[in-house]
Design a protein around this ligand. Structure first.
Ligand code: NDP
Length: 434
């Protein structure tokens, strides 16, 4: 804490991992030797830079850009870029740290990194977003590359932003290195099913958890927070599996539609018109819109999929979910539950799918996008989706087996942390850690 002052999200992410490693270190003291853990929590490199750009009124704006290249033990740094006013070093480091273990869990050769800016794309014109992303990439391009560091999207960074950044990268690097970014448009090297991958993958993971108790999505009531990239495709897959998804949200508030969310409306509002979720009720007047996000967790449901942002479920919200009969949580967002909320779920016997396992589908398909770019091939939607399904099942099995082996059977959070750690730690030791 003294070494990384005022980075509370980073402290939270590190504490969660280190707590899970206690039985591993008791069984194998080598993981406590030679400063391995000290190195693991220190990024290999942190880049912070100025991003000046000109707004539509001709005024110069200055934002701050970040890239944390956290760990390359098992492959090039891989992780998204987040554009949101809350972005600072503590957020980027928590996300980068989590990404190391998530990427290891996928079984694909990718290290961990993350980046972003405190730029807020909300309310900006297309041209402002273009000028900002071009300026951002003008600095970032020095540090990335298809074998070095491969950024992707995250909150506030979707196909539009990736497209502008890719265009700028090409312009200044003078080549067409498709594998330098993932989440690209389908016309210029993107992968089918990448857009859907995190949401679909989260539902595939929860499906495995439910099946272990003889349960399923069919006829269940589901609440999903957020209405962005992850949420939309989690809603779609849950509906395809027969669930009734009754609520979703944005940072302004949430909608409750007991007849089931109309996904076409949500997609149009969010993906095409870039409007607020409150607009949903003008087209579906039987639905109810409530301002503020916290209340969404008081809606009774069988399955909750937090897919918006970090720490959106605190201890109180967790207690409300338990009161409402929740049986399973699948974390689509990164670290959406506080440590106290996770304790509530574990104590109450709620099935808990931790973020670094449950939302690994996005980065897994990003790695498949890199493979397709290297091979100059495009796989069909069905091929990519089938690979995603397999990867999520394998991640689930790795979590269960690691939890069993280290005396915490059923605790998938511990299982995910341990399984991811062992791969990274062994690779670090093999490559010489001093
Ligand atoms: P988007 O920007 O597409 O959507 C984010 C959604 O969450 C929006 O509905 C947004 O509402 C809402 N939201 C954002 N910040 C807050 C906040 N502080 N309070 C309440 N609601 C908020 O992002 P993604 O869907 O890509 O990402 C969502 C989460 O999933 C993040 O935690 C991200 O790190 C994680 N993730 C994403 C992956 C991906 O492939 N995209 C991969 C793995 C994890 P509003 O529009 O009002 O801001």
């Amino acid at each position: 804490i003294a070494r990384n002052p005022q980075e509370s999200e980073f402290h939270q992410a590190v504490k969660e991992i280190l707590d899970s490693l206690i039985p591993v270190i008791a069984a194998h003291p080598k993981y406590r030797e030679n400063g391995l853990l000290e190195q693991l929590v220190e990024p290999e490199r942190v880049i912070t830079f100025r991003v000046p750009w000109v707004d539509d009124h001709g005024k110069v704006q200055v934002n701050r850009g970040f890239r944390v290249q956290f760990n390359s033990a098992i492959g090039p740094y891989k992780g998204g870029l987040r554009f949101h006013p809350s972005v600072y070093s503590g957020i980027v480091k928590f996300l980068g740290f989590e990404q190391i273990f998530k990427n290891a869990l996928t079984g694909l050769p990718i290290g961990g990194g993350k980046g972003g800016s405190d730029f807020d794309p909300k309310g900006k014109s297309d041209l402002e977003v273009m000028r900002f992303t071009q300026s951002f990439m003008t600095e970032l391009y020095k540090y990335i590359g298809s074998d070095a560091d491969v950024p992707a999207g995250d909150i506030g960074v979707g196909a539009r932003e990736i497209g502008y950044m890719f265009g700028q990268y090409k312009r200044i690097s003078g080549g067409h290195e498709a594998g330098v970014l993932t989440g690209k448009g389908l016309l210029y090297g993107g992968s089918l099913a990448r857009k859907e991958a995190t949401g679909f993958g989260c539902v595939y993971f929860v499906k495995e958890m439910l099946a272990s108790k003889g349960l399923s999505f069919k006829d269940s009531t589901v609440v999903v927070s957020g209405s962005g990239n992850v949420s939309i495709y989690a809603i779609q897959k849950a509906q395809e599996l027969g669930a009734n998804v009754v609520a979703c949200s944005d940072s302004g508030g949430y909608i409750y539609d007991p007849q089931g969310i109309n996904l076409d409306t949500v997609k149009r509002l969010k993906e095409v018109d870039r409007l607020r979720i409150s607009e949903y009720v003008t087209e579906h007047p039987h639905a109810v819109y409530t301002e503020g996000c916290e209340g969404i967790w008081s809606i009774p449901c069988d399955i909750a999929l937090p897919c918006a942002t970090q720490n959106e479920i605190d201890e109180q919200a967790a207690a409300l979910l338990v009161q409402g009969g929740v049986k399973a949580i699948g974390e689509g967002a990164n670290m959406p539950s506080t440590l106290a909320a996770i304790d509530v779920f574990h104590k109450e016997g709620v099935l808990f799918g931790p973020a670094k396992a449950a939302n690994a589908g996005g980065v897994a398909v990003s790695a498949l996008e890199m493979s397709q770019n290297s091979m100059r091939l495009s796989w069909s939607f069905e091929e990519v989706d089938a690979k995603l399904h397999d990867i999520m099942s394998n991640i689930y099995t790795s979590c269960v087996e690691a939890a069993d082996e280290y005396g915490c059977a059923g605790n998938l959070l511990a299982g995910a942390n341990i399984a991811g750690f062992l791969k990274v730690a062994d690779a670090m030791i093999a490559q010489g850690i001093v």
